[in-house]
Design a protein around this ligand. Structure first.
Ligand code: FES
Length: 118
């Protein structure tokens, strides 16, 4: 949601802009920046981290040219990180469009990301 939209919402609801901004940034499903059609969330919790989660993030960064929190210019993919989703035994894991993928290698993640629909 762009800044102008936040201002319009604040004006329309007659509430302070800070309140609208706080609401727009509190929930992880809301974003002030455009998100991709697909979202890859790599778990960076301790268990996943020690099993190579950083390599997964670096792989996506290298292949798609985006850092965590960023989206490809064609809006195909957003890369996010999260700290533990409670499936530590499956680590390292990533969630792609809401589906959990555990015991990932960089090769497996690369294949999965290539198969997500345009
Ligand atoms: S650390 Fe990744 S699921 Fe717990």
């Amino acid at each position: 949601m762009p800044e102008e939209a936040l201002v319009q919402v604040a004006d329309g609801l007659k509430v302070p802009l800070t309140r609208v901004y706080g609401m727009a940034t509190f929930f992880s499903s809301f974003s002030l920046k455009p998100r991709g059609r697909h979202v890859c969330t790599v778990c960076m919790g301790t268990a996943c981290h020690v099993r190579g989660a950083q390599r997964l993030v670096e792989h996506v960064q290298r292949d798609y040219g985006i850092a965590p929190g960023e989206t490809t210019p064609d809006l195909r993919l957003t890369l996010e990180t999260v700290n533990c989703v409670g499936a530590c035994a499956l680590g390292p894991l990533a969630i792609i469009d809401g589906e959990y993928h555990g015991q990932l290698s960089t090769q497996k993640l690369g294949r999965l990301l290539k198969t997500v629909k345009e």
